[in-house]
Design a binder for this molecule. Structure first.
Ligand SMILES: [Zn+2]
Length: 428
């Protein structure tokens, strides 16, 4: 459409000029060229740009059937139902082989069939929020294309006072539960998320990600505040290409080299570290050199820090055990696992947050739980009490750039009102 605008304006201007100079388009020979330019009929020949749907098909040209993949449905079954010939389906499979794996058709994924005059001519397999495969065919050819919908970021803000739990507070704001998880990750070293109190609060300015107008996930938290027992903490996201992460206003990293607990979500501690405790199975007093988390069987257990797996096997009363050596000082151990995550074996390097196994009750255990142990120079320490090493603070060279960000982000956050329900899209 906008192509026609300049031409129309130009034509209009020429008409005005003609009127001002008292010339009608036909009035003189010198104006022959001008009459051609301003001929309105020529404008009609410029077609308006057609509107296409999110997969690029011209709206109005196609009959569209949208459905979801059901149990035991294959590409063959679906296309046959739309009367695509077995020969054509075979040709499609040949063309797609090595590029698209139709064995990954999973119940619940959506697809579309595009037809013209009742004849199916294209299949769009929309297998994730953003990714899709388009197959078009005619009498002779088949074209297979892998595509991705553009992701749009919208800035949002959420604030809440905690009444019952962080989970409920986030839920009441209709925000993604990942927001609570990310907040507990960011503030995990300042705030003890196991002892949140009524009246604690958080504020956050962050991105939500959308594809085709649909919410597909949480993006980065840009700045957030957490108030716990009267102390207020702020975290600022900074990324200059060299260094990225969350920092306090002085440029100290909020991330630690080791997480406080080997879980993504808070889990209840059923038994703490003690030099002397009555062992329920051995029925005698024994020291407990770890922290037991009463988590359901199958709960993912994550590595608390980067390191190398030095043990991943079944060993007596420990059951399935993983040990990670983080550096020359710190080692952590994870006991009674139901099983190991794939690829976890001795000698493998892991990153902080990688899933290493799943909660179970193998070995000497009365119920599903994780026994988590930390060693400093091979001596057991209480992971709950120990002051763990922080990641490096921001380099001096980046400080002026960072302080500019802090100024900007503080203003954003100061704008977030705690009293009233928020979570408004700023754009759109
Ligand atoms: Zn234990």
């Amino acid at each position: 459409m906008h192509k026609t605008v300049p031409i129309a304006l130009f034509g209009f201007a020429v008409l005005i000029a003609a009127a001002l100079f008292g010339l009608s388009p036909e009035s003189s020979n010198e104006d022959t060229n001008a009459t051609e330019l301003i001929n309105v009929n020529s404008l009609v020949e410029i077609p308006p740009s057609p509107s296409v749907d999110q997969f690029g098909f011209v709206v109005g040209e196609w009959e569209v059937t949208e459905d979801i993949i059901r149990r035991n449905e294959s590409l063959y079954i679906i296309l046959s139902r739309f009367n695509v010939s077995p020969q054509k389906i075979y040709q499609i499979q040949q063309e797609a082989s090595g590029r698209v794996n139709f064995n990954r058709l999973i119940p619940g994924q959506s697809y579309r069939i595009y037809s013209k005059q009742d004849e199916p001519r294209a299949f769009v397999w929309h297998y994730s929020n953003t990714d899709y495969v388009t197959i078009r065919w005619d009498q002779d050819d088949v074209h297979v294309e892998e595509n991705r919908l553009p992701i749009e970021h919208r800035e949002e803000r959420t604030a809440a006072i905690i009444e019952t739990s962080l989970y409920d507070a986030v839920d009441d704001q209709n925000a993604s539960q990942l927001l609570g998880y990310k907040l507990s990750e960011i503030f995990g070293w300042e705030v003890d998320f196991f002892s949140l109190q009524r009246g604690d609060h958080f504020k956050a300015v962050y991105d939500n990600r959308y594809a085709n107008g649909r919410f597909i996930g949480l993006g980065d938290i840009k700045v957030a505040e957490f108030q716990h027992r009267g102390d207020v903490f702020r975290a600022y996201f900074f990324d200059n290409g060299e260094r990225a992460g969350y920092f306090d206003k002085n440029g100290n990293s909020l991330q630690k080299k080791l997480l406080k607990a080997p879980f993504r979500y808070s889990q209840r501690i059923s038994s703490g570290f003690t030099r002397n405790r009555f062992h329920p199975i051995l029925r005698q007093n024994r020291p407990h050199y770890g922290t037991d988390y009463a988590a359901p069987t199958g709960t993912p257990v994550i590595a608390v820090g980067d390191g190398v797996i030095i043990e991943a096997q079944r060993r007596g009363g420990n059951g399935n055990i993983v040990q990670i050596r983080h550096n020359s000082t710190y080692t952590t151990a994870y006991l009674h696992l139901n099983g190991f995550a794939s690829g976890i074996r001795r000698g493998v390097e892991v990153k902080q947050g990688d899933v290493i196994g799943y909660v179970g009750q193998t070995g000497l255990a009365t119920g599903p739980h994780l026994c988590y142990r930390m060693y400093v120079n091979d001596r057991p320490v209480n992971s709950q009490r120990i002051d763990l090493p922080a990641s490096e603070s921001l380099e001096t060279d980046y400080m002026s750039q960072f302080l500019g960000e802090v100024y900007r982000l503080d203003m954003l956050l100061d704008d977030v009102n705690l009293e009233q329900r928020q979570n408004l899209a700023l754009q759109d």
